[in-house]
Design a protein around this ligand. Sequence first.
Ligand SMILES: Nc1ncnc2c1ncn2[C@@H]1O[C@H](COP(=O)(O)OP(=O)(O)OP(=O)(O)O)[C@@H](O)[C@H]1O
Length: 591
Amino acid sequence: MPELKRLWLLFRPYRGWMIAGFAVSLLTLLANVALLAVSGWFVTTMAIAGASGVALSYLAPAALIRASAIARTVGRYLERLISHEATLRQLAGLRVWFYQHLEPLAPARLQQYHSADLLSRIRADIDALDNLYIRVLVPVLVALTAGAGLFVFAALYHLQLALLLLGMLLLAGGLLPWLGRRLGAAPGRRLAHTDTQLRQLAIDGTQGLAELLVYGAADDHARRLDAATAALIADQDRMSRLAGMSQGAVGLSANLTLWGMLWLGIPLVADGALAPPQLVMLALLALAAFESVAGLPLAFQQLEQTLTAARRLFAIVDAKPAVPEPAGPSPVPQNHALHIRDLRFSYPSANGQASRPALDGIDLDLSEGARIAIVGATGSGKSTLFHLLLRFWAADSGHIRLGGADIDAFHGEDLRRHIALVSQQTHLFDASIRDNLLLAAPEATQGHLEAACRTAQIHRFIEALPEGYDTWVGETGVRVSGGQARRIAIARALLRDAPILLLDEPTEGLDAATERALMDALHQLMQGRSTLMITHRPMALADMDQILVMDQGRIVERGTHSELLGARHYPRLLGLDAGIDSGIHGPLDAA
Ligand SMILES: Nc1ncnc2c1ncn2[C@@H]1O[C@H](COP(=O)(O)OP(=O)(O)OP(=O)(O)O)[C@@H](O)[C@H]1O
């Protein structure tokens, strides 16, 4: 099982904790076996001594019994403490490891996954791996070492009894787990997937609740949820029944072993081959020894579920990023002039066939401090151009040069440090406004934050909130309007202080007054920065040095607003061809 080997290598930093957990588990088990075995031996010895009127010192065995009892109690506590510490450290480490591998795959390689699926992997699948150390690794090692030790100990008294113990331990610790693994494989595999499916349905259902209600599809969705829940419960039920049966089978094996020991041992005692206290000691030792294998059938029954979780994690971790980072990245130059030549790009299609190019020979020059607007019908490739500039995807051919160097030569993070993005949809994290702003500049002082927010014209709004900059926003916090969120995004971009600005329809969907105010903030942001702005808003187009019109991945027209008024596509895209532009011509022509 290659997954186990890989996980073992990943667990390397926690080996000290893992070995300590194993050692304490082994000692606790041995203390428990010793407690029962010595007690049995002691009670029988004392009973026989009493009956035959012989005086015996009970100090040493009584001390051993007390010591075993204390060791067992303390051991149980330490065992829980250490093995949980080891597991929680492993899981925390795995979560960070997984996230670090996830990050370079975003967004290109992750688009095939539902967000609920990714959530399932980062949470449930990683949690499922706790089974491996606590329920598989430690118990197997403890069973092997304790089983071997107890067999040798019993063999010192009588080989036949020792062999009976070994055989029954192998049955309960080998055959039952093997059966558990076989019978638990199919439901275990299904459980990991059904759990994800249920999560997807639940997330879709809550996010799209309004649509489901409006279109009367809520009942249908509830039925699908019900079916997925029923499938999950059916498999959980199968697993529980299996677990119950295997636990019962281990208990039965332990009691049969006790019975077998007595059945074989009583004639040996009668023949004088074994002393009565020794038989009681061995019988109780055998009974206690089964604790070492008790958890194995359940652990192996759940092993497939654990391995499926590991495979799902490795599938993401092994995916290659859409844009590989250069082996020896060059520093981003001081000169930020942008030159794009013959840029071509097609998204990979699901069926592997060539899809229509999203970008089909783009040429663009953005000198330092210049402002270029991009206009185009939906699906014409505007956002794709931004994605390539941000190196989220790699071009099929052609190149993008920044300061004369191909952007493929830079590390993606370095490149993106020189670019700020403001788009229609600003994601505000579930955190304070301050934390949302610090995302762009973690070192920024309160003074810097306030200055940026003043420029973005959002400072007054924030100040008026009950907790000012510490007010919680995002899903569970104060709701901010689209315009306010975009101002926060502008403040973020100001804080980032990047020389290149990508603005993706930043004023779309706003009323005229809000748009005007936001444009004022954007003007401040654009000062001294090179700007590429996707927009169809006349107010924004007014200030641009050049306007590029895109159609089906190509730049079909370029020029200033007045030059383009007589062109084929531009007036149509702005709705000027239908004569509905009475208010538009004025400001633009003036500009
Ligand atoms: N992640 C993707 N995977 C596959 N195809 C995509 C992806 N994103 C966009 N496309 C396709 O690429 C083409 C260009 O899309 P793009 O999003 O760049 O257009 P756009 O001009 O920004 O459109 P809009 O104005 O609607 O945002 C479209 O045909 C679109 O279907």
